[in-house]
Design a protein around this ligand. Sequence first.
Ligand SMILES: [Zn+2]
Ligand SMILES: [Zn+2]
Length: 174
Amino acid sequence: MQLHVLQDLRRRLGSVSECELEEERVVAGDLVLHDLRGTVSLLRTDRGLLATMDATAKLEESCSRCLAGVLAAVEVHFQEEYVPLVDADTGARIYRAEDDEAFSIDLEFWLDLREGLRQYILMSEPRPLCREDCAGLCARCGADLNVGPCECRPETDERRDALAELKQKMDEGK
Ligand SMILES: [Zn+2]
Ligand SMILES: [Zn+2]
């Protein structure tokens, strides 16, 4: 997930290079991905490199209903511009505006895709399930309903009871 891009930065404007990604395990901040496969292309822009990543991976996540650990399939399609801190031809330090939010290519010309990847995945808000029909947790007692029903009465019953009670009161009031 770290590419050495000195040669790419020396290419002329508009040229594209592509490389295959195949990573068994990627740790991107607080995210862990497995079996990341795909491609990343680097387009030389006037400021740096526009990286386009297309990949699939499995994300270590928790089931959005019952919180059990799952490996959720995710697709990654992101595009970010990466700007060098040093001019690849002259070696001169490049100073950037403080509000420039583009990612940096470090002083040794390494382009690190992990932070962009992390942000992309967080934005895509994956809501994985351990299985399609996961019953989730009881909202009241927190019991895992996949294991079996809990002691709580389903809310619908209570509502029905409340309605019945109301109806009875109205009938009595007549
Ligand atoms: Zn679940
Ligand atoms: Zn319960």
